[in-house]
Structure formats: structure tokens, C-alpha cells
Design a binder for this molecule. Structure first.
Ligand code: TXA
Ligand code: MG
Length: 339
């Protein structure tokens, strides 16, 4: 199913055999819990308790009040909250954890599907485990086409990165488990409280959040700065030898690819034939939302171009909001082989 973040591989969240088919199709290890998608008139704990997803009474009254405030503010949208689970939720959905991750998507097709189904939908991103999340129906076809019966085509995803995953403890402490489409600063503003987050710059360590997630098949190297800011000597450290007709895939954050390649080869004296560089720009004007929307498709494109032998990616110059999520995904994509 389409959602505003990425496409999801959906099944009945309350049916263990449907869940088993999701894990199978994705080749996903069962220690990596799923997000359950709901569609409610208004986002609050009472609605989730009615669906037999959440046990409200396991939260302090302060935590209950905070949960309702967050759900009221960020649902429907790219925001997932981890809450104490009801026994009716199969253990497979939560990898045996006492908590469950829940999200109300705002994509109208996802909402209509959940309402017609009449049950909540468990949906991980519709990619094979550890790979790049699909942001269009053709990308789902490329990932899982041989394993699934239907793809609901809802067009390209508007956000392009997964939801922000936040856990709420019994005593109302908030912890960031995955940066995503909802900025942490917004969450802190609504909560009037601090969101704890593990070491800045390091991949987060939620269950199933391996360092090497969201990885292309090719090796991806994350540059320490925009490519034109790197001294030629520094840049050459990132340029392993190419085979005879091999190319470098260059993922630029902003600017026009042709201009950047011209400056690299002319002004910077890069001793590399410009035809050996294939560059994509996430957002020519440097717009963060556009960059997020294009990130996975651009990575996928460079990854699937046969002549490209490795990918060089510029870091995201912004480290907050969507920039936090983009930086997290690029870091993980660069850590293939070091889970
Ligand atoms: O935007 C999204 O969130 C997309 C769309 C389809 O909704 N879904 C998605 O699901 O990204 P997935 O399965 O690729 O990532 C879910 C992550 C898990 O890897 C895990 O880290 C976290 O959510 N998660 C799920 N249940 C959890 C729990 N009970 N406690 C902590 N983390 C949990
Ligand atoms: Mg995923």
C-alpha cells in the first residue's frame, strides 16, 4: 500500500499467519518488529484501546495525557508512537516486546484501505530486508514483484522517508528510536519536554535497527563535506580505481550535476574523465523536503545502473528536522558490511 512516507507491505496486524507471510516476503528477521497502521476519526489512546492494540492503564496519567497530545498533533502523518501493547496483538508483530509501534498514515489510499479492511494493518516498508525503501509502485515491483500479488499504486510518496519512531515510557519519558518525517523539534515543542536521543551522529539502536539498513547493493561512501569543498588530495582518498568502462555514481545534495562535474574536472583538476561520473542532485535548489522525497529513488537509480561501480554521496548540510533523517539514512547506507 502507498503511504505518504514510503510504500508498505500490508497485512492483517491481528492475524499471525498474515504477519508470517510479511516476514517471509521481506526475508525479515523476526527480531525486527512491525509498525501497525490505523485509521481513526481522531488520534488518541481511547481509540487504540478500542481496537485492542494498546493497554492505556499501563501508562501513568501524565504519560496518557502526553500520548493523547502527541497523537492529536501528529496524526495522521509520519509519526509512529511505541506504546504498551494489548495481549490481542500477536507477538510476531512486536517481536515479543511488551510494546507496539502504531502510526496513522495520512495518505488517502492507505486510509481507505484500512477502513475497508476493517482491521489495523501491519506494514513494514515494502523492500527486501536491509535494502532501500520503495517510494513508488515501480520500485515496489522491483523489490518484491515476484513475491506479492498486488500493488496499490498511490503515486510517488510525498515525504519519501520513513516515519519518526518515538517511544513513550510508562513515566512519560520520550526516546527517539528513528528520525524521520516528523522533526524532533516539533515533537519537543508539542510535548514541552525533551526527547532523549542516543549519541548524536551515531545510528540509533532500536530493535532491528541495524547500522547497515537502507543500503544499496553497491558500496556507498559518504563524503565528509560537499564535493566542491574538498581539497583535491582529500577527494582522491575517496576515489578507488575504476575498471575500464566503470563509472562513479555521484549523489549530490544540491546544485546542477553538469556544473558540479565541470567544476570538478576543470577548476579542481580532478584527473577523471567527466563521462566517467554519473551524478544526480537531490534538490538543485537545496530544498530539504525535495531532497528527502528524492533520496531513495536517486540511490536506487545509481545502484541499478550497471556501469556504476560505487557511489559517492555528499552529506546533508542540515542536521535537524528532515536533515536529521536524511543524514541517518545516508550514514546507514554507507555502513554496508559493518552491521
Ligand atoms: O514510514 C514508515 O514508518 C513506514 C511506512 C510503511 O509506514 N514503515 C516502516 O516500517 O518504516 P519498518 O518495518 O521498515 O520499520 C519499523 C521500525 C522497526 O525497524 C523498529 O525499529 C521500530 O520500527 N519498531 C517497531 N516496533 C517497535 C517496538 N515495539 N519498539 C521499538 N521499536 C519498534
Ligand atoms: Mg524498513
Amino acid at each position: 500500500m502507498p503511504t505518504e512516507t514510503v510504500y508498505g507491505l500490508a497485512g492483517n496486524a491481528m492475524d499471525a499467519s498474515a504477519l508470517a507471510r510479511i516476514f517471509n516476503a521481506k526475508e525479515r528477521p523476526t527480531f525486527d518488529p512491525l509498525i501497525i497502521h490505523v485509521s481513526l476519526g481522531s488520534g488518541n489512546l481511547a481509540g487504540l484501546e478500542k481496537l485492542k492494540l494498546v493497554r492505556k492503564s499501563l501508562l501513568s496519567s501524565r504519560a496518557q495525557e502526553l500520548a493523547d497530545r502527541l497523537l492529536g498533533a501528529f496524526w495522521p502523518g509520519p509519526f509512529t508512537l511505541v506504546l504498551p501493547k494489548d495481549d490481542a496483538v500477536p507477538d510476531l508483530a512486536t517481536s515479543g516486546l511488551p510494546t507496539v509501534a502504531i502510526r496513522m498514515p495520512r495518505h488517502p489510499v492507505a486510509q481507505a484501505l484500512i477502513e475497508r479492511a476493517g482491521f489495523p494493518l501491519a506494514a513494514p516498508s515494502a523492500n527486501r530486508f536491509g535494502r532501500i525503501s520503495p517510494t513508488s509502485a515501480p520500485d515496489v515491483l522491483a523489490e518484491l514483484g515476484d513475491r506479492i500479488e498486488w500493488i496499490l499504486d498511490g503515486g510517488p510518496c510525498e515525504v519519501g522517508l520513513e516515519s519518526t519512531v518515538l517511544s513513550l515510557s510508562q513515566d512519560a519519558a520520550l526516546t527517539l528510536l528513528r528520525p524521520g518525517g516528523t522533526p524532533v523539534a516539533e515533537i519537543e515543542r508539542v510535548a514541552s519536554a525533551e526527547v532523549r536521543s542516543p549519541r548524536a551522529g551515531a545510528p540509533l539502536q532500536g530493535p532491528g535497527m541495524l547500522a547497515s539498513h537502507y543500503a544499496p547493493e553497491k558500496r556507498l561512501k559518504l563524503l565528509p563535506d560537499a564535493i566542491l569543498n574538498l581539497a583535491p588530495g582529500k577527494l582522491s582518498e575517496f576515489l578507488p580505481a575504476l575498471s575500464k568502462d566503470g563509472k562513479i555514481g555521484l549523489l549530490l545534495f544540491e546544485g546542477a550535476p553538469e556544473d558540479t562535474i565541470r567544476q570538478l574536472t576543470a577548476d579542481k583538476g580532478l584527473s577523471c574523465d567527466p563521462r566517467r561520473i554519473e551524478a544526480r542532485s537531490l534538490s538543485p535548489k537545496g530544498n530539504l523536503e525535495e531532497a528527502a522525497r528524492n533520496l531513495f529513488a536517486a540511490l536506487r537509480q545509481l545502484d541499478s545502473t550497471p556501469s556504476i561501480e560505487y557511489i559517492l554521496a555528499e552529506p546533508c548540510p542540515v542536521r535537524t528536522g528532515l536533515g536529521h533523517a536524511i543524514s541517518d539514512r545516508l550514514l546507514r547506507a554507507s555502513q554496508k558490511g559493518n552491521p
